[in-house]
Design a protein around this ligand. Structure first.
Ligand code: C5P
Length: 244
């Protein structure tokens, strides 16, 4: 049963195309169906292949999440957001740790863009970080407090939502309401290894906990049959929605 009261997005799966070259990314994208998933271009693929691969993916009908986690001085982040918007990406993110002025600058840059505005999302605490590492960084007394603080900053700056762990989705949803988008990486199928992610949740549980969008990389791209895995996850989500 979905606890959040918010209907599930018609396309909640975002496949992370973490490849070091455009050919591999485009060859898996050619097998994926833009009707049932969106795609994410992150630092690895963007560093290797630049905006051309973003354009190529959009030309194949995909909504693209540009996951470059901008974190710089406000002017630089605002300019980067403007460029991302003009490229036509569906979602772009900035790191909430850049502070309120940086988040405001990003918001203003997107607001002043005259075309279709991408969703603007703030990154809270990376799902690869656990409490001991957070203590080591010395940023906040505990993990939920750090996530909450980043999410509050993001909301105050009128961004559209946050990247967080699904483990935090239920209380973030309660706190910030149903229109605040919760984008959750750290998704693993029951049979998968965690890899470098510390805080992991299955796709069905992540949606039940209140996620709007699931960022799924290796569970799909490294599966024996990536396409069958994508369809299986999508079918499981639809079945859960129908029975909710
Ligand atoms: O392979 P896996 O499913 O762990 O990939 C997760 C993807 O989500 C990676 O591309 C990673 O950069 C991204 N991501 C994340 N944690 C965040 C933000 C983005 O894992 N907080």
């Amino acid at each position: 049963m979905i606890k959040t009261g918010a209907p599930m997005s018609s396309k909640p799966i975002i496949v992370a195309l973490d490849y070091d070259n455009a050919d591999d990314a485009l060859s898996i994208a050619a097998q994926l169906d833009p009707q049932i998933c969106r795609v994410k271009v992150g630092k690895e693929l963007h560093t290797a292949a630049g905006p051309t691969v973003v354009e190529d993916l959009m030309a194949r009908g995909f909504d693209v999440f540009l996951d470059l986690k901008f974190h710089d001085i406000p002017n630089t982040v605002a300019s980067a957001c403007k460029v991302a918007a003009s490229q036509g990406v569906w979602m772009v993110n900035v790191h909430a740790g850049g502070g309120k002025k940086m988040l405001d600058a990003a918001r203003n840059a997107i607001d002043s863009f005259s075309g279709k505005k991408p969703l603007l999302i703030g990154v809270t605490v990376l799902t690869s970080l656990s409490q001991p590492e957070l203590t080591e960084i010395g940023l906040a007394p505990n993990l939920p407090a750090a996530v909450l603080r980043y999410a509050e900053l993001t909301k105050d700056a009128r961004l559209d939502g946050v990247v967080c762990s699904a483990l935090e989705a239920t209380w973030l949803r309660d706190h910030f309401g149903k229109n605040f988008k919760l984008v959750t990486p750290g998704i693993r199928l029951a049979e998968d290894a965690k890899g470098d992610q510390a805080r992991v949740v299955t796709p069905v549980d992540a949606i039940k906990m209140g996620s709007d969008y699931l960022v799924i990389g290796r569970s799909i791209t490294k599966a024996k049959d990536p396409i069958a895995t994508l369809h299986k996850i999508n079918d499981d989500l639809k079945t859960m929605e129908a029975s909710a």
